[in-house]
Design a protein around this ligand. Structure first.
Ligand code: AR6
Length: 186
């Protein structure tokens, strides 16, 4: 990983890697880019539910439906993590204000992680697939939301890893990481 793919800010490490969110066995929790019903779907949700097995959907059912920007946490079934945080991103061009809703996804996901004592958490690029959010815009929103959470104070989360599905998405997130955290390190 290049040095630019990782920043330390207020005791929090934020990093960007190219990879599969279902194969992050060193993380306590991974985040699902869910649908409102918390059901298996396409993209990240399909991959997470396939890897976790049917127990994950059973754990989700009593928590559904959720609204855009919300996040809930469950056990992780057969995934190599302890928890899955499920968040519903905004559909770009339809759920508004989209940047606030997308920021809420990260803020609320980190809040669920904190409540559960999670130390390390992975995020996909929420809303940038089927929901159509332009990745460059989304990456800036995501990084600023993580920085705001660190500014507000995180007591258990020490590592946030963005797990991007393509090297071009990783490059875009690394640029956003650099822009958001470079000037603001204490
Ligand atoms: N690991 C990491 N990133 C992935 C993976 C993976 N295994 N698979 C896809 N991506 P999406 P959304 C990337 O569509 O836009 C579902 O059907 C993908 O390339 O999963 O929030 C749900 O049921 C993209 O960059 O999430 C919802 O209905 C990013 O993850 C809806 O899609 C997010 O793509 C949610 O749409």
């Amino acid at each position: 990983m290049s040095a630019d793919a990782r920043r330390e800010y207020r005791g929090l490490v934020v990093e960007c890697v190219t990879g599969d969110i279902t194969r992050q066995g060193d993380l306590d929790a991974v985040t699902n880019a869910a649908n409102a019903q918390l059901a298996p779907g396409g993209g990240v949700a399909g991959a997470i539910h396939r890897a976790a097995g049917p127990a994950l959907y059973e754990a989700c059912k009593p928590l559904a439906p959720i609204g855009a920007g919300d996040a809930v946490i469950t056990a992780a079934g057969n995934l190599p993590n302890r928890y899955v945080v499920h968040t519903l991103g905004p559909v770009y061009g339809s759920d508004r204000p989209e940047a606030e809703l997308l920021a809420a996804c990260y803020r609320n996901s980190l809040a669920r992680a904190e409540e559960t004592g999670v130390v390390s958490i992975g995020f996909p690029a929420v809303s940038t697939g089927i929901f159509g959010y332009p990745v460059r815009e989304a990456a800036g929103v995501a990084m600023r939301a993580v920085r705001d959470a660190a500014d507000a104070g995180l007591s258990s989360v020490r590592l946030v890893r963005f797990v991007l599905f393509s090297s071009s998405d990783t490059q875009i997130h690394v640029a956003a990481l650099r822009d958001t955290f470079a000037q603001s390190e204490p």
